[in-house]
Design a protein around this ligand. Sequence first.
Ligand code: DC
Length: 228
Amino acid sequence: MRGRERGPVVAVDGPAGAGKSTVARKMAERLGFLYLDSGAMYRALALKALQHGIDLRDESQIVDLLRSSQIDLVGNGRHQPTVWLDGEDVTHLLRTPEVNASVSLVAGFPLIREEMVRRQRVLACAGRVVMDGRDIGTYVLPDADVKFYLTASLEARAKRRLNDLKAMGFHLDLEVLGEEIRHRDALDASREVGPLRQAEDAILIDTTDMEVDCVVEMMVDNFRRRVS
Ligand code: DC
């Protein structure tokens, strides 16, 4: 299905800490679109697996868990979207060091990705959405009208994550965090299904030295030139 039959779709991919969720949310707000954070779905599942004491290497148990889980994303871009897990607001529990350390494992299982991708396509099928993740432009929504791939230096990404965690009351060492991000990037980029990769038709933006509003402006400008 292409853009003429449904509303426009924007895909935003890139590694951890590249600024995807902040700019994707702001872009959705500017366009009056829905913001869909696909990573939050994997995070909600990792959280539930941790809460149930499930072995994170046991794909079949985690698949069963996902099949019996309702994950809802509610957000219009103006605020951080609310993530509901089986009817409970878990937004504030999704970015803890425990979930950060577990989510790539959960997201690496092919059957988990298959089910998540199916759900993500349903969420996006009416269009007028900005979805961010790792495989949105390459796999989840290959027909997206505009695709962006955001990147930034490892140091800049680690600093951003450090500040996010500090704001939540967690104090981590910058170098340790940098290593953790490097490790997570490697897992995300090397998996067989839906690896982190820039789509051939994605617009590359290096956000290392850019203000958030400037990145958003650039993205909105590209969107308007391509989708009129
Ligand atoms: O964007 P994020 O940091 O909230 O993503 C959390 C994890 O989920 C990250 O380790 C990669 C994974 N993820 C994924 O595999 N595919 C997506 N479309 C989105 C996130």
